[in-house]
Ligand binder design. Structure first.
Ligand code: THU
Length: 133
């Protein structure tokens, strides 16, 4: 089985491939799916700024494309000296496929790390229950 170190290595490799010429802020994400497979993604910016995509969205897209639907663990690595927390939109994207207790490891390239849960990041999230599902 893959380890957290494997996830961090994949997030770092994805971050190194980020297309971030506008913010110069590279981000890499890795999600571990229930199948045991790991999916990584980087942020992909665009000259039309709102068209840029976050690293988490890229990783989730790869996961869903491969047929997985359940996230058990997340690593998010930002290129800066501070821990990179997921933006609001990405918290919502993670909520779709993960649970409140899902660990989210926030990392820097230099080895800083803090683990929180998705529930801590997204109290009172909007989910299927709000839709009556
Ligand atoms: N970014 C991510 O990739 N994930 C986040 O959760 C926060 C922000 C990216 C978007 C943009 O390319 C850059 O970081 C600066 O905001």
């Amino acid at each position: 089985m893959s380890s957290l170190a494997d996830m961090i290595a994949l997030a770092r490799a994805a971050m190194d491939k980020a297309h971030a010429p506008y913010s110069r802020f590279k981000v890499g994400a890795c999600v571990r799916a229930a199948s045991g497979k790991l999916y990584a993604g980087c942020n992909v910016e665009n000259a039309a700024y709102p068209q840029g995509q976050c690293a988490e969205a890229t990783a989730i897209g790869a996961m869903v494309t491969a047929g997985d639907r359940e996230i058990l663990e997340v690593v998010l690595m930002g290129g800066g000296p501070k821990l990179c927390t997921p933006c609001g939109g990405c918290r919502q994207k993670l909520v779709e496929f993960a649970k409140p207790g899902t660990p989210v490891h926030l990392c820097t390239r230099k080895g800083r790390k803090r683990t929180v849960t998705l529930g801590q990041l997204t109290p009172m999230f909007f989910g299927p229950k709000n839709l009556g599902k």
